[in-house]
Ligand binder design. Structure first.
Ligand code: DGT
Ligand code: MG
Ligand code: MG
Ligand code: MG
Ligand code: MG
Length: 279
């Protein structure tokens, strides 16, 4: 009833577009996952199945929004999604973008739960909050992801040492906190090695580095018997006029799941780079 006397309430629905031509990052975080992980007996300090389930839900978001999400990074109960600068999803309306990602992630998490926890019934409905932040330059984006991965490192080194003290060293949680208070990374590394025989650098990369999802262009490896003239844009071309049958190279996008350093330059300079070189 567009013309009814009630329709004026529509005027209260204000638009909330993101700035044009800036990167958008949506970060979601599990609500009360301290309790949720305890209720479902997640392994301490890292539950590989729980993290893989997070990765699976994030891959679903990346695939659904394949034209807009160029990269994602996850650790613990959080995931960050980077949307390209010229993203036009929901005409850049911030709440629509955020709520869609949060909702798709959450339903995928529940949908895929039985595949990762076949023996554990989901005891309560998990939920995630979300926020959208606008970043103007590629430097901000690199620093953003460096910030999240540095956080992964700091938390994981602390948690690994803490749980080694409790589970292997037999001290109480309070005593473990006391022992770790004010220690720097080198001291935690040394404690792990000398007291528990753990070489931190050999711990699982997914725990130490978090998970990065990124689209790459790869050869689809198709062959064709088309004459070279028929080969069109996006395919490897041959010299004009050549009647030779040529191998047609189709490029295909593939979502890769990585556990690598994204603070240094290498990740951003390789073919996996999520930012255009000119950004
Ligand atoms: P929030 O986000 O304010 O609603 O509260 P929480 O409880 O979700 O706290 P947050 O997000 O700062 O920290 C994540 C919690 O999730 C933290 O207490 C540890 C837990 N967690 C995440 N991943 C794992 C895991 O793999 N194993 C275990 N045991 N716990 C985990
Ligand atoms: Mg939170
Ligand atoms: Mg949380
Ligand atoms: Mg968290
Ligand atoms: Mg509708």
């Amino acid at each position: 009833m567009a013309g009814s006397r009630f329709a004026y309430v529509r005027d209260f629905e204000l638009p909330d577009p993101a700035l044009p031509d800036v990167y958008l990052v949506v970060r979601i975080d599990g609500k009360g996952f301290h309790k949720f992980s305890a209720a479902h007996n997640f392994a301490k300090p890292n539950d590989a199945a729980a993290l893989e389930l997070m990765n699976c839900a994030a891959r679903q978001v990346c695939s659904e929004l394949r034209g807009d999400v160029v990269m994602a990074f996850g650790e613990s109960d959080e995931y960050s999604f980077l949307l390209k600068k010229d993203c036009q999803l929901y005409r850049r309306r911030k709440t629509k973008i955020t709520t869609h990602i949060v909702s798709l992630f959450t339903s995928s998490y529940v949908f895929s739960w039985p595949s990762y926890f076949p023996q554990t019934r989901l005891l309560q409905p998990p939920s995630f909050d979300g926020r959208l932040v606008e970043y103007p330059t590629a430097k901000h984006i690199r620093d953003y992801f460096a910030w999240r991965q540095a956080d992964t490192h700091v938390n994981n080194l602390y948690n690994t040492t803490f749980w080694a003290c409790v589970l292997r060293g037999g001290v109480t949680e309070r005593e473990a906190h006391e022992r770790l208070r004010g220690t720097v990374s080198a001291q935690k590394n040394e404690m792990l090695f000398s007291e528990f025989g753990i070489n931190y650098e050999r711990e699982e990369a997914m725990f130490r580095k978090g998970t990065t999802l990124v689209w790459t262009q790869e050869e689809a490896n198709e062959t064709t018997t088309q004459p070279a003239e028929d080969v069109h844009d996006g395919l490897v071309s041959s010299p004009k006029g050549s009647q030779q049958n040529k191998r047609k190279v189709k490029m295909k996008r593939r979502l890769r799941t990585l556990h690598v350093d994204i603070i240094g330059d290498a990740f951003w300079l390789e073919g996996t780079a999520a930012l255009p070189a000119t950004a």
